[in-house]
Design a protein around this ligand. Structure first.
Ligand code: COA
Length: 271
């Protein structure tokens, strides 16, 4: 976490992160842990969750995990109950669980499209829905992890674009509907981030040079750079931020996706 931010920024607050076992979501969890939050993470793979929980404890946090696939509303509700039992009602929910693969629209089966919609969009709804009562008690906050595809089409990402656009409208709708309960809803849009599963999947076609060409800052984000901004958005520093899509992408949204699209088209010509 950035040294300029108070180490007490989220002291004694509880943050629940879906998909928190790895990648950007773990970076968000670690940033929150390093400024005093208690953490509960959920995901599908217990081994990953256990290792991530150890890392969070290494950041000085009290941490717990629950195995839950966000596509299963019952499992999500049980995971949030684990959090409440351990720490009391949560103060923040991070909807981070996501799925991705590169595929031309005409080659994606109904099931493939649905898998991403179910994880990203329906899964986010399940988490928000199940967390509502706890967040109402704490006048807490929700941070959705969106993607650049929400606003700008990328080749072979039709399923992700549809899901992330849905996530952002879910966010705005909840900002409107749950704002009166004191519950803030926002989303964060990470650009390309070093060392994540999402980038590994997209890098099958687009190399680091391609991404660097699209990002005015000329480099990938470090996971901590996304984590820091997420922790600030969760914190009281952002007390009046509600319904915002916060883009943390080094300026990529201004450049368009054409360099990526050229690389993807060259790697997998249309049928
Ligand atoms: N191209 C086209 N279709 C694909 C695909 C690809 N590269 N990868 C998966 N699919 C399709 C499968 O063929 C299947 O459809 P079918 O039943 O018609 O054949 C459907 O997607 C579901 O695949 P499955 O592997 O059974 O689903 P899952 O629930 O185990 O996994 C995914 C969900 C597909 C999103 C998987 O990529 C995943 O688990 N991702 C999580 C990690 C991740 O993506 N991290 C990055 C986040 S940014």
């Amino acid at each position: 976490m950035h040294g300029l931010v108070s180490r007490d920024l989220l002291r004694d607050r509880t943050v629940f992160v879906s998909g928190g076992g790895s990648g950007v979501n773990l970076a968000i969890a670690k940033a929150c842990a390093s400024v005093g939050a208690n953490l509960v993470i959920c995901g599908r793979t217990e081994e990953k969750l256990r290792a991530a929980t150890n890392e969070l404890e290494g950041c000085g946090a009290q941490a717990a995990y629950a195995v839950a696939d966000v596509r299963d509303p019952g499992a999500v509700a049980a995971a949030l109950a684990v959090a409440a039992d351990r720490f009391g009602p949560i103060d923040a929910l991070v909807c981070g669980a996501a799925g991705n693969f590169l595929a031309p629209a005409e080659r994606i089966s109904s099931n493939g499209f649905r898998a991403v919609m179910d994880i990203d969009l329906l899964g986010s709804f399940h988490c928000a829905h199940a967390a509502f009562e706890q967040l109402r008690q704490t006048r807490g906050t929700i941070l959705f992890v969106s993607g650049g595809q929400s606003q700008m089409p990328f080749l072979h990402q039709v399923h992700v674009a549809a899901a992330k656009a849905g996530v952002d409208q879910l966010m705005r709708s909840l900002a409107l509907e749950w704002g009166p309960y004191g519950i803030r809803s926002n989303s964060i849009v990470p650009g390309p981030v070093n060392g994540t599963e999402g980038m590994r999947r997209l890098a099958e076609s687009a190399t680091e040079e391609v991404w660097a060409e699209m990002v005015p800052l000329g480099r990938f984000a470090e996971p901590e750079e996304i984590g820091t901004m997420a922790a600030v958005l969760i914190s009281p520093l952002a007390a009046y931020v509600n319904g915002a899509q916060v883009v943390v992408d080094g300026g990529m949204a201004m450049s368009g996706s054409s360099a990526f699209n050229r690389a993807v088209a060259a790697a997998a010509p249309a049928s």
